[in-house]
Ligand binder design. Structure first.
Ligand SMILES: [Zn+2]
Length: 317
């Protein structure tokens, strides 16, 4: 019963964070303040009372309509709140409630009853909090990418600083991979910094390779469009050629600027360590490059988020 209450509590906190992410995802790319003004109806501009702002539940009670003016409220709000709550609950079940003896560990010792955390509770809570902070940041980035926006660099700063600071201040809260050759504070810091660098490198590589794949697929798909008509004047033909060469020569830098998901990869690598950076970010790199032509359907940061959850579920933390 205690565990059920804790699970509900985790879900509720996740939904509240999701409610905040809705605000972040809308306002941050538009350069707006995320604190002021408070939540208001976009149609009638009136502030939303706290009892109409309860994640998921208020949307259901109000039947997706503003209480004052009846304007429809997008289903995106409860969906994002539920998604965030699901991430919190998943990480909670995998780390907090099972004492990092997660899915794989539980299957192995399913015969033994009871849950005995093999690490002290404060450490588990610290790991859990930093993990959900980093994953919420990556989820926000994925949602901005889904909206075809560009996640601003300042979105990632708190998560990156927190991941490094947590490893320095409380190395026990940063469990290093089992195969990591050292232990203690410096091992945790090295693991974080190496993971960060590795994640960012993979992210940058996949941005460059992904955009090259997309470009060549686009070129293969429209040979007819590139072919100038017989009546086209010679001058515009030359101009077209110059433009084509111009876009080809500045391939990497704008695509890197337009795809800052290498910062998401850095967040994942920094928080989950070197091994996770290699597997999750390397796997995401392959997935992003393969799906580059249809990439907008699943944003790159979403691949990283799913990879991190699978990593946790596999008990590799
Ligand atoms: Zn309204």
């Amino acid at each position: 019963m205690g565990w059920l209450l804790l699970a509900l509590w985790t879900f509720a906190i996740g939904a509240l964070v999701g409610s905040f992410l809705n605000v972040v995802v809308y306002r941050l790319p538009r350069g707006m303040s995320i604190v002021w003004p408070g939540s208001h109806c976009p149609a009638c501009r009136r502030p939303i009372a706290w009892y109409d702002n309860i994640p998921v539940l208020s949307w259901l009670v109000l039947r997706a309509k503003c209480r004052r003016c009846g304007a429809p409220i997008s289903a995106r709000y409860p969906v994002v709140e539920s998604l965030t709550a699901a991430v919190f609950l998943t990480v909670g079940l995998l780390e907090l409630f099972s004492g990092v003896e997660n899915l794989w560990g539980q299957i192995v010792r399913s015969a033994e009853a009871g849950i005995v955390p093999h690490r002290p509770m404060p450490e588990l809570v610290a790991t859990f909090l930093v993990d959900v902070f980093v994953l919420s940041t990556v989820l926000a980035a994925a949602l901005i990418e889904y909206d075809k926006g560009r996640p601003p660099v300042r979105l990632f700063v708190p998560a990156l600083v927190l991941a490094v600071a947590a490893a320095v201040a409380w190395p026990q809260a940063h469990p290093t991979t089992r195969w990591f050759p050292a232990d203690g504070r410096w091992a945790a810091v090295c693991d974080t910094l190496l993971g960060l660098a590795l994640g960012m490198t993979f992210g940058l590589a996949s941005a460059a390779i992904g955009s090259t794949v997309r470009r060549s697929v686009a070129r293969m798909r429209q040979p007819a469009a590139d072919c100038p008509t017989a009546t086209a004047p010679a001058a515009s033909h030359t101009q077209q050629k110059v433009d084509a060469r111009g876009t080809q020569s500045r391939l990497s830098l704008p695509s890197v600027r337009a795809d800052p998901y290498w910062l998401s990869a850095g967040c994942i690598g920094g928080q989950f360590g070197t091994g996770a950076a290699a597997v999750i970010c390397g796997g995401a790199l392959v997935a992003i490059c393969i799906t580059a032509p249809l990439r907008r359907r699943l944003p790159p940061s979403a691949w990283l988020l799913i990879g991190a959850l699978v990593w946790l579920a596999a008990g590799l933390r």
